[in-house]
Design a protein around this ligand. Structure first.
Ligand SMILES: C[S@@+](CC[C@H](N)C(=O)[O-])C[C@H]1O[C@@H](n2cnc3c(N)ncnc32)[C@H](O)[C@@H]1O
Length: 209
């Protein structure tokens, strides 16, 4: 890995760790509700700094798929702190190193905005889930078409993408999930009260294979 990629990876891991308390204040109640009643093994895509580990039951075996290897040290320390049995994967979620029909629960937060190919990731999630298995996510999305916020999102899209590690503020992730071939998809939109207005429109989604 080149010097620039390593420095950028470190900076991104540090940035996510710095946002940890803020994300907890904004999302704790929803995440606690979405991450309840888990099977003994779960998969998290794009764990970042491990901000979601605090909501998981102690003793859970967590497969954390995080391509930024500069964040792995932090993830290991946090998993230990929250009593998780961690299996770290450095691959991109577009190609998961997991067998088909092998897991009951996959989740992510603020990740489908950042992956290169969200449809490929959704297809991979569906592949690895057992029939009846759940995919839960919390994602910021494109604003209502033709709204003033949608126009602003289009305006900041490119600099935002550069500044925030490939994050796209104009993704219609709800539509991608609905097209993902799940047997059930429940999408609940809400507005996040945040100074970071391009990411105010959020969805929480529960998809069942
Ligand atoms: C905005 S951060 C969110 C981190 C964490 N989930 C949270 O809620 O704070 C996006 C994360 O997705 C990871 N990521 C980016 N592309 C990915 C991909 N193709 N597959 C899996 N993870 C990816 C990044 O390394 C980063 O950790």
């Amino acid at each position: 890995m080149g010097l620039w990629a390593r420095a950028r990876g470190r900076f991104n891991a540090w940035g996510l760790a710095a946002l940890d308390g803020y994300l907890h204040r904004k999302f704790a109640a929803r995440k606690q509700r979405l991450l309840h009643d888990l099977p003994p093994v779960a998969v998290e895509l794009g764990s970042g700094s491990g901000t979601n580990f605090r909501y998981l039951p102690r003793g859970l075996r967590l497969v954390a798929v995080e391509p930024n290897v500069q964040a792995h040290g932090l993830l290991k320390r946090r998993a230990e702190r929250y009593g998780l049995v961690l299996e770290l994967h450095a691959e991109f979620a577009e190609h998961l190193a997991l067998p088909s029909d092998s897991v009951e629960f996959v989740f992510c937060s603020l990740v489908l905005c950042s992956v290169r190919d969200p449809s490929a990731v959704i297809a991979e999630v569906r592949r690895v889930l057992k029939p009846g298995g759940r995919f839960v996510c919390l994602e910021h999305v494109a604003a209502e078409p033709h709204s003033r916020l949608a126009r602003w999102q289009r305006l900041v899209r490119r600099p935002w993408h550069w500044a925030f590690d490939g994050c796209d503020v104009c993704r219609d992730t709800g539509a991608l999930l609905r097209a993902g071939g799940f047997s059930r998809v429940d999408v609940t939109p809400f507005t996040l009260q945040t100074f970071a207005w391009p990411i105010r429109p959020i969805i929480e989604a529960v998809c069942v294979k």
